[in-house]
Design a protein around this ligand. Sequence first.
Ligand code: MIG
Length: 751
Amino acid sequence: MLQRTVEGIVVRSEGKKLELRVITDKIVNIFVTDKEEKRRDTIAIEKKKYDIPDFNVEESKDKVLVLTKDLKVEIDKKTFFITFKDKDGDVINEDYGEGVKLGDSEVRCYKKLREDHFYGFGEKAGYLDKKGEKFEMWNTDEFMTHNQTTKLLYESYPFFIGMNKKHTYGIFLDNSFRSFFNMGEESEEYYYFGAYGGQMNYYFIYGNDIKEVVENYTYLTGRIELPPLWALGNQQSRYSYTPQEKVLEVAKTFREKDIPCDVIYLDIDYMEGYRVFTWNKDTFKNYKEMLKNLKSMGFKVVTIVDPGVKRDYEYFVYREGIENDYFVKDKYGITYVGKVWPGEACFPDFLQDKVRKWWGEKIANFVRDGIDGIWNDMNEPAVFETPTKTMPEDNIHILDGEKISHREAHNVYANYMALATKEGLLKERTNERPFILTRAAFAGIQRYAAMWTGDNRSLYEHLLMMMPMLMNVGLSGQPFAGADVGGFEGDCSEELFIRWIEAAVFTPFLRVHSAIGTKDQEPWSLGKKAEDIARKFIKIRYELLPYIYDLFYEASKKGYPVMRPLVFEYQEDENTHKIYDEFMLGQNLLIAPVYLPSKDRGEVYLPSGIWYDYFMGERYEGGNYYLVEAPIDTIPVFVKEGAIIVKQKPLSYVEEDRIEEKVVEIYRGNRGRYVHYEDDGKTFDYKKGVYNLFEIEFEYFDGEIDIKFDKVHFGYEDGAKKYRFVLKNFDEVKKVKINGEEVEEYEIVVK
Ligand code: MIG
């Protein structure tokens, strides 16, 4: 009945089997089945060898107890009812009712509801806190206006964080079928989660706080690799810039108007009849020259690549796909045909290694002319003229040599496409960091691509919705996320554009995009005021790039979100638990966007501690709500006491010039500590030690500031040579010491 394994235990009872695996002291995998089947990981789980810690197993008449350093997991040997307790024996989470229920077409798990709040679930509409809500996970191209009740969007993250005053934990349901979650909508006694097919295979992820749960969750599902620095710059898109002269004109205008911009996007109209990997012979006749011109102006180019391959025997991609049997099949084994932009099209089965390899080669060839990144759209996959908006659920894919239904493949299709794309880019440019932007995704997508939130609209509601959505995406392991600035569908007004860009420069991924047939949405197209304010704020972003890059470095190490809810930093402050209309950029900056029209004030809650207005310097006591001035050309942004923020001069694009000097702003406080990371921003040389890591610390006492600047690692010679310290909000400074020596000039030269 009870069997001990290297990783945990196996319990059998009444034709059912429960496997428990200890992954770390705080992560436990639970797999329950009534079939003779092996547990299967989805692509969300990063393949690696775990260092399994020591654990103990104790058995009594009815129960078995698995003990790690931090957890006591108690399992009823007959019913498999599970209780997770902390090391003091306090219940963190326990099953409810019959616990796991295995049906013919669904698996489900009931839990006792003892949480005050739920977060996570990735890209969902609605507020930050998901308690009392229900929804499903099924990647969907939702073209109706997204609103508070929209349940399905483009991405699926079957992951949530549960929290009450005592405990914080996460649960990741590693099942790619359509999944469902009822987080107290049905009952105040219990919540449940499950899926319409596949396995009851979930991870219980404990942590001292939300931070640690996210760190542990991304230990499982992987963390973002450092992106190219240019991908943190400002990006301009529209559906579509065409012809090529228009693309060049837009690019040139950014330079002429002195508005920083790094990337320009080409949407579907650059192609010949929407055939992927082709160029339109009329409108992009000299595309190679255009790409060269863009490069000479310092622009990177990202082109859209959809999965649908036009059914056309004259077209090489289709022919190769048919000849080599690369496309998804229908239930009869015949190549499936669905309508998308090119008309009738077939869909590569990216789940197959050989298909990914082929697609990767197509990508590699295609980008050779001077394309810098790839934008994956329609990859839910979306299919026109079908009631389900996608392909039939009984279509067939092949994964690891086995046939699986689209029902199982649907939610992970985009991750495999992104993986194919990433491998293709790496094949062509072995020492360049790839950039991929995706609309659809499943958990773990941060290992391959950045995401954007799809077709929002030019509505104040959507400026607001961007905040909780991106914050929950961040808590779900994906730090590189953004929304179409100004809104995709609909005409954006000048005021809305201004309010949106003011907020968006503080989000991880910054891109203006708008739909075909809508009013122009370049920063200068909406009026002089918008142009000037956009310039000012985009420059603020470029000044902050070292700080933002440091956050990506942190995300690559710990999985922390770049843009985070206040509760992530101030979990002990109950006032933060439901705040969805303010966010933090890292741990030092708090942003409270104005998201209503005709307002010149904003309400803001500041958590405990002292805060300074980032622009005006005014001092605030935290733990309070404030009504602050926010005329059209400002956005309320606050810095935490003791913050250290590293900045650089704003360039027109990140590779425009070398950064000789960086500015280290030190905000008044008794002490502060900050880690600053620096490398070439584009290659993998950092993996060989070509990077710098500085630890900056200060103490302030009795008018004296003692700064320590420690080179923890010094391997990148071309970094900034000089660090200049700027002391903010200290009214009286008698003496400044840097590394123990009293200085007059607050500067340090790094060699
Ligand atoms: O059916 O490529 O979300 O960003 O501009 C619309 C055209 C297809 C949807 C994407 C949008 C993109 C558009 N695409």
